[in-house]
Design a protein around this ligand. Sequence first.
Ligand code: MGD
Ligand code: MGD
Ligand code: MO
Length: 761
Amino acid sequence: MQEPSEGVTPADKNSLRLTKVKKTAAGIPAAISSLNHGIRKMGVSKTIKTLLMVNQKEGFDCPGCAWPDPNHRTSFEFCENGAKAVADEAMKDKVNPTFFKRYDVQSLLKKSDHWLNKQGRISHPMVLKAGSSNYEPISWNDALDLISESIKSMKEPSNGVYYTSGRTSNEAAFLYQALVRSLGTNNLPDCSNMCHESSGKALGSTIGIGKGTVHLEDFNKSDLILVVGQNPGTNHPRMLTALRDAKRNGSKIVNINPLPETGLSRFKHPQEYMELDLTSTQLADMHLQVKIGGDAALFQGVIKHLLDTNMFDSNFIDTYTIQFDELKSHMDSFSWEQATQDSGISKESIISFAEMCANSTATIACWAMGLTQHRNGVAVIQEVVNLLLLGGHIGRPGAGVCPVRGHSNVQGDRTVGIWEAPSDNFLESMEKGLGFELPKEHGYDVVESIRAMEQGEVEVFVCMGGNFLSATPDTRRTAKAMKNIDLTVQISTKLNRSHLITGKNALILPVLGRTEIDIQNSKKQFVTVENSMGVVHRSEGKLKPTSSTLMSEPSIVAELGHRLVPHNLPWLNLSSNYDGIRDLMSRSLNGFENYNQRVRQDNGFLLPNPPRDELKFKTPSGKAVFSMNPLPDVSVKENEYVLMTMRSHDQYNTTIYGLHDRYRGIHGNRRVVLMNALDMVENGLKTRDTVHLSSHFNGSVRNSANWIVIAYDIPKGNMAAYFPEANELVPLDSVAELSNTPTSKWVVVSLSKGKDLSEEE
Ligand SMILES: Nc1nc2c(c(=O)[nH]1)N[C@H]1C(S)=C(S)[C@@H](COP(=O)(O)OP(=O)(O)OC[C@H]3O[C@@H](n4cnc5c(=O)[nH]c(N)nc54)[C@H](O)[C@@H]3O)O[C@H]1N2
Ligand SMILES: Nc1nc2c(c(=O)[nH]1)N[C@H]1C(S)=C(S)[C@@H](COP(=O)(O)OP(=O)(O)OC[C@H]3O[C@@H](n4cnc5c(=O)[nH]c(N)nc54)[C@H](O)[C@@H]3O)O[C@H]1N2
Ligand SMILES: [Mo]
């Protein structure tokens, strides 16, 4: 069954409580919930003080998500889940040497993710020596020496792997990639490999830049907004305000999602409650309840109709694109029967959606994990691009592509060099700036890193944030692989399962969070971040650090650089004043000229974006490219289902804040699987029954026991469960073509009826 030593999340002990699915997002309950979270974790006065500083010009960037801030901010520029993220970071430093003396690693492994996170901030550097049962304190100096000695004694530079999660600032990430490349490898996997990698690949190949092309202001100028495979009410709550404002300006919104997702039906801004305005806004004009993996079929249907009815912008197509004729002939083999069957959407609905697209003067397409984490993640995003190119909706005000990023600085980290597959251009300009030669051979991404660990080819593994074990697929296999490593190093703020499934020796290095004052050489420092729309701006911590023993991320990297490659850069000078790091960035990165001056402007500055700024496409042909892709095979065997793994309203990736998925009405227990009622009847199941799940991939089977079934409004044949719990079912080798992203939204499973849990005890 569930063996904690295999790294899987133990089942919740609490009983499940179900309430009605919410119709309206945000509003008073959201305001109360954010205050509650804050007050429980920080106390009343700190809560109010802290929340007023989030996303203000002089304050810190919200560690919640990468949604941009409007230029004119109100003191309500925080949201429920942003408030939770801030409160979670501002917790007391209870995970200290006494804590680690009290709990050995084996007993911590039996605790839930929720419990682990709830214990507070990590205060001291800790070491877990080979063969010992508990972490012990270690001095910073000894910890940094241990890492550098271990790296120096590796057989090959490529036996070191250096992961980054997306909260790391531009300064820390830039210095980190300079260090890793100095060591002779591009092994820089990051959370993006599991997140928007498919978007980067699809956009790079079609419009010549791996990023979105819209500003926040474009939402108000748009005529139609598509929200595809995204749950903004939970994961990007501030986006609902932008959608509401767009709506008030006459824009239409189409929601394409197998689930109804509360935020996209009705929305109520908490501020308006304060102003006693009780009406809420209906957001989505149309909900297309597509089957999981059915989006490509749906988009091809729309494209087919636009081609058949000559509803496209020939001028734009002739001037700015290539391969239109190829697209037309590719669509000759299109079958309505297959498209409607694969998507689960009727021909009439597809056509009325197509007419909305045809009539729109400016369309924005937004998407997130519902598209990227699929076998055809790259191809399906290319269909979205095809659709926009047909109408000329790129590089026009109020129109464009908008991949909605996850982690608050994941886009910035990639811009400054966290990338296992850097382009030649990028390396060339980096070499000029840094003044030494960099390795050219591409490194491991996340999935390749796990395979290398499995083969015993990784000696040192450093994680700049994140929770590698629980965020990656195939938990049991990954756990086994991680145990082969000689030294694992977690640079972290909070306790998580990656501190418990480790290499033979392990270190935890506690760092300052985004919200905290960072003083170097007696001077307050700020860092910089890039949001989802390419705006680079300052973020300055305002809270007293939770512990005096924390180091900043740039300082840790600099200390390692100083020990390992002292002649490459003046490491310690750089970390004693972050302006020095930014000057080096100016010299090494395109678009970062006068960085120190420009980030000091009130709202930061915009990075160049050729399609948006001047309708230029940096593709080999200099034009935007139409793509031809076959539809994926979405059939499964009889008695098999397609499972997606998703976030609840009360978590941040693997950080579980609480057990309330408020909008979906699921409380107290996360080990649940959402199922269509007809499928339940066919299996003789009722809500609250227990099932065992098995996932199937290329003949291999993974088993996961004891999931509680809930009847839910989800297409027949589809199921949904929360991650990280469900990650034990996601096969490592099931990845998206071209982006190598694990297919967390496409897991083929079968189920068997379980016994009542109480009988199993
Ligand atoms: N509060 C909070 N905020 C967060 C996060 C968090 O965990 N908590 N995580 C951050 C991160 S790193 C990221 S990447 C983003 C994630 O933001 P989202 O992508 O919104 O997160 P998911 O929960 O993975 O939800 C994916 C959505 O896709 C839908 N979906 C699944 N399969 C398909 C499909 O085949 N087609 C379509 N059309 N839809 C599908 C699901 O029903 C769900 O609504 O949020 C960021 N913000
Ligand atoms: N099945 C399934 N798996 C998924 C997904 C899915 O939808 N389904 N989504 C994927 C996606 S989109 C993503 S982005 C990844 C997320 O993967 P990760 O980024 O690796 O995971 P997180 O849970 O965000 O990491 C949380 C940890 O980061 C540390 N931390 C927080 N803030 C800071 C900081 O400021 N500095 C440092 N150094 N550490 C900090 C804390 O110790 C905390 O425990 O998960 C992926 N995994
Ligand atoms: Mo993400």
